[in-house]
Design a protein around this ligand. Structure first.
Ligand SMILES: [Zn+2]
Length: 399
């Protein structure tokens, strides 16, 4: 008997599109850089999907692939700070855990509202006026570095130093940081961090790191071009359109990308302001969310019902998927949006690689080569093991 599966087509752009996008990005590079990427194009292609595999191994990974912008308001999302330091500062509570183990709220993040048009300069805590700039300095060195720690304990001497100047008393027990933002996705902030890391890899001329970070950066930039990576309704689960994530980013590219898309996207360009650039990327993606959902909703009501889902036999497994005719009609109604976002992703990836290299002082890439192949292969084996044996930690886009 054949098993029936609904083809939810893996995750993110699908492995097919991520690999294709990374590969094509190499061809946007200027000649000084192209040789290096060309020599390693198979690596760049193959490792385009590592970050998705890692979601099975680390609980911090999943949130790097999306940002639920609509969780925070409406476009242009002026209540969302664009910098990592600020978004963390404005969304982190300080809690006190008493000796008895009771957890008490000590300082709530609601005391520090954010609006980019009217930046807060001070806030009131326990009848004291605290300058935001001073709190920011404190937060930067006392709280932010513990983001990846399990318990997020705050050093009490640092708390005393800062709050003591306002006459505030730090009591017995532990003080911990609890942040409320990341679970809704941190994609644009992660892109800025990755850009810095890639620049450093070029500065130190570490070929293994350059390749690893380039491949992974390609993945995250790819994700940032997918509208459904910027909304809490990421798989149509709130509008009875479950499966639309894989439909848009996997099924459509798999059907049409090789035969029909035009990949002449032009040359990589230098990016002046990284933060603005990555935010524009996710805001543009988000501006397409309504079309992606509404057009399919409309079509599902008017297209002949028996021509929406088809069954294919894949290695003896009967798989339910969207029919090609339905996919084409959807794609046409979106006026080539999938192709356009794919093309934009390719050019953006070339541009971020090129920019990191320029910012690192344009090292001579002809003398740098891939020397730690074995090490990277070992890393890959680890990832594959986690991928096969473990449950994904955090959100699956296709559920
Ligand atoms: Zn992803």
């Amino acid at each position: 008997m054949l098993a029936i599966l609904f083809l939810s087509a893996t995750v993110d752009w699908g492995f097919f599109a991520h690999k294709r996008i990374n590969r094509l990005a190499c061809f946007t590079l200027p000649s000084d850089l192209f040789g290096f990427y060309k020599r390693n194009i198979d690596y760049i292609t193959l490792h385009a999907v590592d970050p998705d595999k890692r979601r099975y191994a680390s609980k911090f990974e999943a949130v790097r692939h999306y940002i639920d912008l609509d969780n925070w308001g409406v476009a242009p999302f002026e209540q969302v700070p664009r910098s990592w330091l600020e978004v963390q500062m404005h969304n982190t509570d300080i809690m006190r855990i008493t000796k008895n183990g009771d957890t008490l709220s000590w300082m709530k993040h609601e005391l520090l509202p954010f609006d980019m048009n009217e930046p807060t300069t001070e806030f009131i805590f326990e009848k004291n006026i605290i300058q935001i700039q001073e709190y920011k300095n404190f937060f930067r060195y006392a709280i932010l570095p513990s983001f990846y720690d399990d318990d997020r304990d705050i050093d009490k001497s640092k708390l005393k130093d800062f709050f003591g100047q306002y006459g505030l008393h730090i009591k017995s027990g532990r003080y911990i940081a609890v942040e409320n933002f990341s679970e809704h996705g941190i994609l644009p902030y992660h892109l800025v961090q990755m850009q810095n890391r890639l620049k450093k890899a070029f500065e130190t001329e570490n070929s293994a790191q350059i390749l690893r970070l380039s491949a992974e950066m390609g993945h995250y930039v790819g994700d940032a071009h997918v509208p459904l990576h910027t909304t809490k309704n990421y798989n149509g689960q709130l509008t009875d359109q479950r499966g639309i994530h894989g439909f848009w980013e996997s099924r459509i590219p798999e059907l049409f990308a090789d035969e029909e898309y035009d990949y002449f996207v032009g040359k990589a360009e230098y990016i002046e302001n990284k933060e603005d650039y990555f935010w524009d990327m996710v805001l543009t993606s988000n501006s397409h969310v309504d079309s992606v959902l509404l057009i399919e909703k409309e079509m599902s009501k008017t297209f002949p019902e028996d021509q929406q889902y088809c069954y294919t036999d894949r290695s003896n497994v009967l798989t339910r998927t969207y029919c090609e005719g339905y996919a084409r009609a959807y794609s046409d109604r979106m006026q080539g949006m999938v192709e356009k976002r794919m093309r934009d992703a390719i050019l953006s990836i070339g541009s971020v690689w090129y920019t990191a290299w320029v910012d690192a002082g344009q090292p001579d890439m002809s003398s740098i080569d891939f020397t730690e192949k074995e090490k990277l292969e070992a890393e890959e084996a680890e990832l594959d093991k986690a991928f096969k044996t473990e449950q994904i930690k955090g959100r699956k886009h296709t559920e």
